[in-house]
Design a protein around this ligand. Structure first.
Ligand code: UD1
Ligand code: MG
Length: 481
């Protein structure tokens, strides 16, 4: 009796142990070479709207709380690993040193996925897949208690894809290169997205072979093997085929970019963003836009850019990792990189702001001005033709046209500090390092090499000399009357 009870407890204990396995993990296959891209860069690091292809499935998975993810890297894997560690540090990186096919890839990750009850396997080169589609897919897999579920879709031109061959209730996948002419006519194709019960996949994965036209271990062959051993497999036909568009060459990359670009713009327009020319407007997936924003034609915004409420972004403006406060007007032809602009400021046209520049509120930066790694405090103005680099410009200071902070001595960069309420005359050169106090005025055309104290006028230029009657005494050149 005692032994019986002990045995029952042991069995129950084992069951509890089993249930401790987490239910889902995701394996992204990204080791392939991407031969048709004709590029040294690994395929999954090519970009759509300036984010790597791999960014898209990873961020969709993150948005629905699927956090146990491994990316399998191989071809130029160091760069894919580095990218993943930087952008998605929670994601695990596994290696496939030799690319012997998708079945081989799945096998190499077995030590990792066998600790879960189910593994979702996705290709790394299908960036258009939506989180909601994956969630529905996952729920269906659970409801039907399948050993393997995979997503299929229909194409008018299915060439290149694995065909889904249905025979009564049974289903198998035949790769394009291995298909008979009859099988090639089949328009239902494999998306390359699967969910396996790990127990079912483990039971067949060592039986995959490479006796096929490509001499590769095919993961889709696992489906027929699971079915043969009595497991339930199911192909789920998806409604929107565009979500499965694979990127294999530059043309497909451009096509997927167009789909993603429209998807993002449609979302923002439904939130009230007025974008008069969606065709020429490019907005990256991480960009955040406030309310009541107007975007003129030919504008690009990428990276971690965010735009406050009531901003107007003029034509030919490119923003990268830029924060705009409320009510900012970008007049047009402006490029801002890794910088911020405070509310009620007016920028442009023909302005370049870069490298961590901080423009506070009510700032005006105008025509043909470059601002680099500098602070412009509230209400200051740099209206024309100036370079401000490595500088701190105080509040309500006006920088005259043609002013330059001479920050570079050929070896090092030096700092310029200019106080509040200054009036800097046109064409002033500040030879850094230099400190200019509050309420300072400089004479136009001055080359300022020494600090100027509060309230002073700094002038540093040759005294003017007028030579009376010079023009009439001037010797006329030959041939001139
Ligand atoms: C695969 C499927 C095919 C399906 C198609 C959908 C196989 C054998 N065929 O074909 O049925 O219709 O996807 O797009 O799986 N990879 C590795 N290691 C490898 C080989 C590939 O990580 O050794 C990765 C690739 O980087 C890629 C994914 O697996 O992200 C798919 O591989 P790919 O060679 O593109 O397969 P397809 O020929 O497109
Ligand atoms: Mg492919």
């Amino acid at each position: 009796m005692f032994y019986c009870l002990y045995f029952m407890l042991l069995v129950k204990g084992a069951k509890v142990m089993q249930h401790e396995k987490k239910s889902f993990c995701v394996l992204i296959l990204a080791a392939g070479k991407g031969t048709r891209m004709l590029s040294k860069k690994p395929k999954v690091l090519h970009t759509i709207l300036e984010e790597a292809l791999l960014y898209y499935p990873l961020s969709e998975l993150r948005s629905v709380g699927l956090n146990d993810i491994s990316v399998l890297v191989g071809f130029a894997g160091e760069s894919v690993e580095e990218w993943t560690r930087e952008k998605f540090p929670e994601v695990n990186v596994l290696w496939q040193r030799e690319q012997l096919g998708t079945g081989h890839a799945a096998k190499l990750a077995q030590e990792w996925w066998k600790e879960y009850e189910n593994v979702i396997i996705l290709p790394g080169d299908t960036p258009l897949i939506r989180a909601e589609t994956l969630l529905k897919f996952k729920n269906m897999h659970i409801e039907k208690d399948n050993s393997c579920s995979f997503l299929s879709f229909e194409l008018t031109d299915p060439s290149g894809y694995g065909r889904v061959i249905r025979d009564g209730l049974s289903v198998r996948i035949v790769e394009h290169k291995d298909a008979t002419p009859d099988e090639q006519k089949c328009r239902e194709v494999n998306s390359g997205m699967y969910i396996f019960k790990t127990s079912a996949l483990s039971a067949v994965i060592d039986d995959l072979n490479c006796e096929n036209s490509q001499k590769e271990y095919y993961l889709p062959d696992a489906i027929a093997l699971i079915e043969k051993s009595g497991g339930r497999t199911d192909a789920v036909r998806a409604a929107d085929a565009t979500e499965f568009n694979g990127i294999n060459d530059p043309k497909q990359l451009a096509e997927a970019t167009a789909v993603m670009k429209k998807r993002i713009l449609d979302k923002w327009m439904s939130h009230g963003v007025r974008c008069n020319d969606p065709i020429s407007t490019w907005i990256g997936p991480k960009v955040k836009l406030g309310e009541d924003i107007e975007i003129q034609p030919n504008v690009q915004m990428f990276g971690d850019t965010s735009v406050g409420n009531c901003c107007k972004i003029g034509s030919f403006t490119i923003l990268h990792d830029t924060v705009l406060g409320d009510n900012v007007e970008i007049i047009g032809s402006v490029r801002i990189k890794k910088s911020s602009v405070g509310e009620n400021s007016v920028i442009g046209p023909f302005v370049f702001i870069r490298d961590g520049a901080e423009l506070n509120q009510n700032v005006h930066v105008g025509r043909f001005v470059e601002i680099k790694k500098s602070i412009l405090r509230n209400g200051s103005k740099v209206p024309h033709l100036s370079y401000v680099g490595d500088a701190d410009i105080g509040e309500r200071t006006n920088i005259g046209a043609g002013t330059i902070t001479c920050n570079y001595d050929g070896e090092k960069k030096h700092f310029t500090k200019i106080g509040n309420n200054c009036f800097i005359g046109s064409d002033t050169m500040f030879v850094a390092p230099i400190t200019i106090g509050n309420d300072v005025v400089t004479g136009a055309g001055s080359v300022i090499t020494d600090d100027i104290p509060d309230g002073a006028l700094g002038v540093a230029r040759a005294k003017q000399r007028n030579i009376e009657g010079w023009s009439s005494r001037r010797k006329k050149p030959k041939g001139e009357n």
